[in-house]
Ligand binder design. Structure first.
Ligand SMILES: Cc1cc2nc3c(=O)[nH]c(=O)nc-3n(C[C@H](O)[C@H](O)[C@H](O)COP(=O)(O)O)c2cc1C
Length: 308
């Protein structure tokens, strides 16, 4: 009995330690591969534990000489609606807190974590630290609601704040970031060049067919793919020509170290993993279902350079 209370206490203590801001800030340069994995409120959130499990297993298979925990670090962000799908209501829907016990998971965050301690000057800020820490952000699933927020620059929760604070130009996180997803170069006004270190955001939309086909979705995709998107991503996405035109129109703001944008989108930072068509959980049949989760894992692994 006492042993069981003590074990529960240990588990609780370990979860608190892992999720602390201090643990996050001290791991910025721990030489692990950092995946920030998020979910917003779609039924496909129930695939999140499977995605985590496979990433850890694949990492272990590809790196048999190190434990997966010492090479791959995953931190999870959930919107309030996403948390509703992981409340221990079925075998495939374990409670949110249990994700922290999975291999490679070093943090699980919800909106309340931003405000856990009353902030004072000098304190770290969770959404900024998560952005700094991440080598790649993958949002799977991306709900219609969060898609709309991202496309419109809203930042009313932890996940949307991370994306709103993303280092879209690759200016800020270069010292921490692995160069993920291409090695394009900035051309400075003096003609010299330096590598651009833009980190990517991968999103896997998942929604009802009518939501997916709604005209406003095309508007949001126009921003995520057309303006911020990566050319020629293997996942499909918008037609190259359309993106190219929009990419060439982008203008880089001029500042003290003004840089000339030459075709800014050539290594954009946003990648939309196209949904598939199937019989949806709600009974409708059609497109809008999240890309097969195993394919999402494959894209994440490719972008993170697993196995290299
Ligand atoms: C059972 C249930 C399933 C839902 N499935 C989806 C879905 O697959 N995709 C989606 O975009 N919204 C879905 N919704 C609606 C979202 O959860 C809702 O729009 C919510 O506000 C999304 O919040 P978030 O984007 O902050 O996570 C579902 C709602 C419920 C109650």
């Amino acid at each position: 009995m006492l042993q069981s209370i003590s074990n529960k206490h240990d588990v609780h203590h370990e979860r608190r330690r892992k999720n602390s801001l201090a643990s996050l800030t001290s791991s910025l340069r721990d030489n692990k591969t950092h995946l920030l994995l998020a979910a917003s409120g779609s039924v496909a959130t129930i695939k999140l534990p499977l995605i985590i499990q496979k990433l850890a297993a694949d990492y272990q298979r590809l790196h048999p000489n190190t434990s997966a925990d010492s090479g791959l670090s995953i931190r999870v962000v959930l919107t309030p609606s996403a948390s509703r799908f992981l409340a221990g209501q079925s075998h495939e829907q374990p409670p949110v807190s249990s994700l922290l016990d999975m291999a490679c998971v070093d943090g699980v965050y919800v909106d309340a974590d931003e405000w856990k301690e009353p902030w004072k000057r000098g304190d770290a800020i969770l959404h900024i630290e998560l952005r700094r820490w991440a080598h790649l952000l993958a949002i799977a699933p991306l709900s219609a609601n969060t898609m709309a927020k991202l496309a419109n620059g809203m930042a009313d929760g932890l996940l949307t704040s991370v994306v709103r604070a993303w280092d879209a130009w690759g200016d800020l996180d270069g010292d921490v970031a692995a160069v993920v997803g291409g090695g394009a170069r900035h051309r400075l006004v003096d003609g010299s060049e330096r590598p651009r270190r833009r980190k990517r955001v991968l999103v896997a939309p998942a929604m009802n067919t009518a939501m997916w086909r709604h005209p406003v979705t095309a508007r949001h995709l126009g921003v995520l793919e057309g303006q911020w998107g990566v050319y020629g991503s293997k996942s499909g996405g918008k037609k190259g020509e359309e993106q190219e035109e929009e990419g060439e129109q982008l203008e880089r703001r001029d500042g003290d170290n003004a840089e000339v944008a030459e075709n800014e989108n050539a290594d954009g930072w946003f990648e939309v993993l196209q949904p598939k068509s199937k019989a949806l959980a709600c009974g409708d049949v059609g497109d809008g279902a999240m890309m097969e989760w195993t394919n999402i894992v494959a894209v994440i692994e490719e972008r993170l350079g697993f196995g290299q």
